[in-house]
Design a binder for this molecule. Structure first.
Ligand SMILES: [Zn+2]
Length: 113
């Protein structure tokens, strides 16, 4: 297939028309933003968006882990109270502090701090 000449006034990315069974590739309609590509198709911007998505997932994961650890700690508290093992409360407090630190470290890492 012969390569069509690209319009230099537009982003040089070839995009497919995904709705059809036999996709046709057309030049992106947007104006070039940098390096002949629009903001959506520029590799640097794509990498930035991917990094942002990864950070959001990591934060979500940290919060899910934290919530399940807190739930587990809650069951430990209940067990200690029911069994009259009040001294174990110090151990439980340490577990809660560890869970909080772990979550905060994961979020700080995801945000690149
Ligand atoms: Zn484009």
């Amino acid at each position: 297939m012969a390569k069509k000449k690209l319009d230099p006034a537009r982003c040089s990315e070839m995009v497919s028309d995904r709705d059809s069974r036999w996709p046709t590739y057309l030049q992106c309609r947007r104006k070039p933003w940098k390096d002949g590509k629009c903001k959506q198709h520029h590799a640097g911007e794509r990498a930035k968006r991917a990094a942002k998505r990864r950070a959001e997932w990591a934060i979500k994961d940290a919060n899910i882990d934290f919530n399940s650890e807190i739930e587990c700690i809650g069951w430990h508290v209940l067990g200690c109270v029911e069994g009259g093992r009040f001294l174990d409360a110090f151990k439980i407090r340490k577990m809660a502090e560890d869970a909080i630190r772990k979550r905060d470290e994961a979020i700080a890492k995801a945000k690149g701090e």
